[in-house]
Design a protein around this ligand. Structure first.
Ligand code: PNW
Length: 477
């Protein structure tokens, strides 16, 4: 199909999912409430350790969503979303990480949240693991210790059993790449480990196996009665080749880190490109074998196909010149607009290319964009023009991918509902559609201008041609 214009008019499919997302540690607060503890999570420990978080911010209170459920539901209704993506705090349910003790109060909190969402006609999308591991499991090695695969499977089983009747959309892991690299190589995220070399590969290997086990539990025990969809969310920048004529730039542009997780799950085993490049780097570093662990043939079979859709978090494009996280050169083009986060430039074109890449590389799966959004920092500005610009351009690229490239995109989820704890930079970078006033003890939420803007895209289900009669979107600008 011929792409005639910069801007494309048209609609998404009738049952397209429109949502916003959040995660437990970033919004809930209630850090030690109702039996979450005594061991708490690795993020409680990490933020309570001086020097880790900008301004000494913590998630102790965060947006107090633990006690302000009604306010959050009201905010969701204002955006008029069809689904809400949130995560469950593992230590709220299993304070020491194991099924030895199941904390009913924790389960009740999420049951109440699910009931409120369903009453508001909002479909829940539940992430099992958005980074807040029970500290007790970290104390025995965390994701490095392969017994965690069983722990995660048991935790998933409990959630499916207790919450599953109210949930149709599940995500096992949020962004395994960030867990491996920021948590275990750079040490800027919990558990704050700074050990490159083999550790990120071991951590990732265990996460991939844990994901597969959780999917199989659902498939074997719950699918017949609950009939939902379970997948994983991987994050991927689009990697634009620095020099389109150089083969190694093309290889780099094939998103090494997206394939790290998606290739075993969607295609079976690590990709040949990944195996080759890690082996070469390992040998060059004086090792006698690759740092990348191997899956046995049985494991490859067990992992391959453990998805019901493709969960994608995407923020921006980087210009790449190498194909491995070690020694990779990430560049930005100086013509790309910046945001409130140093790593995030506004590069809408990359999302369409990435979606097309996923379609071809991973067998044309249904895709839900589970995060996409932009930040500001500095003075409060409720008229967030940059966010309106971001959503309009990015979502329009999604529409092009859907209409012109026949990519099977079935949902879009904005990050984030509220200004929240942006991990290592605390509350300084704000991704929210709603501003949270942190000097107000009540932590009041105020819609930014982007709320009605995004809401109008939702009610139009895309970008209907103004000439066809619907002018709502044009009026909003
Ligand atoms: C995602 N990077 O993380 C997370 O899923 C969210 O919890 C987070 O708030 C959001 O994006 C915004 O950062 C990322 O450095 C963290 O490229 C870091 C990066 C990308 C995504």
């Amino acid at each position: 199909k011929f792409d005639r214009q910069m801007y494309h008019y048209g609609n998404f499919s009738q049952n397209f999912l429109w949502g916003v997302s959040s995660s437990a540690y970033q919004i809930e607060g209630g850090w030690n409430a109702d039996g979450k503890g005594p061991s708490l999570s690795i993020w409680d420990k990490f933020t309570h350790t001086p020097g880790n978080i900008l301004q000494h911010d913590t998630g102790d209170i965060a947006c107090n969503s633990y006690n302000k459920m009604e306010d959050d539901i009201a905010a969701l209704k204002k955006v008029k979303v069809s689904h809400y993506r949130f995560s469950v705090s593992w230590p709220r349910i299993l304070p020491d990480g194991t099924t030895e003790y199941i904390n009913q109060a924790g389960l009740n909190y999420y049951k109440k949240l699910l009931d409120s969402l369903i009453a508001a006609n909002i479909q829940p999308q539940v992430t099992l693991y958005h980074w807040d591991l029970p500290q007790a499991l970290q104390d025995v090695g965390g994701w490095e210790n392969e017994t965690i695969i069983e722990r995660f499977r048991d935790y998933a089983d409990i959630l499916f059993e207790n919450l599953g009747p109210k949930v149709q959309l599940w995500i096992t892991f949020n962004e395994p790449f960030i867990i491996a690299i920021l948590g275990h190589v750079q040490g800027t995220h919990a558990p704050g480990i700074d050990r490159p070399d083999t550790l990120p590969y071991i951590v990732s290997h265990n996460i991939i196996k844990a994901h597969a086990e959780a999917w199989h539990v659902y498939n074997d025990k719950y699918r017949a009665s609950q009939n939902g969809m379970v997948s994983i969310t991987v994050n991927a920048d689009w990697a634009e080749p620095r020099n389109p004529y150089k083969q190694e730039d093309y290889d780099a542009a094939r998103s090494f880190y997206l394939g790290w997780y998606a290739h075993p799950i969607f295609n079976g085993d690590y990709s040949p490109l990944m195996k080759r490049s890690v082996l070469e780097q390992s040998l060059a570093g004086g090792l006698t074998k690759s740092r990348l662990p191997e899956f046995t043939p049985e494991e490859i079979k067990r992992i391959n196909g453990t998805y019901d859709y493709f969960g994608l978090n995407h923020y921006c494009t980087k210009s790449w010149t190498n194909s491995c996280y070690r020694g990779v050169v990430l560049l930005r083009d100086r013509t790309w607009l910046e945001s409130g986060s140093h790593w995030l430039t506004m590069t809408p074109f990359g999302l369409r290319r990435l979606l097309k890449f996923i379609k071809h590389e991973f067998g044309n799966p249904p895709i839900i964009i589970t995060e996409n959004g932009v930040s500001e920092n500095g003075p409060v500005d409720l008229n967030d023009v940059h966010r309106k610009y971001f959503y309009e351009k990015y979502i329009n690229q999604v529409l092009k991918a859907y209409l012109l490239d026949d990519v099977n995109v079935i949902g879009y989820t904005a990050w984030s509902l509220l200004d929240n704890l942006e991990w290592a930079v605390g509350y300084t970078e704000r991704f929210g559609l709603f501003y949270v006033n942190r000097s107000d003890p009540d932590l009041s939420r105020t819609p930014k201008a982007s709320v009605s803007f995004y809401s109008s895209i939702i009610s139009c289900n895309g970008f209907p041609d103004p000439a066809s009669g619907t002018h709502e979107l044009t009026k909003q600008k």
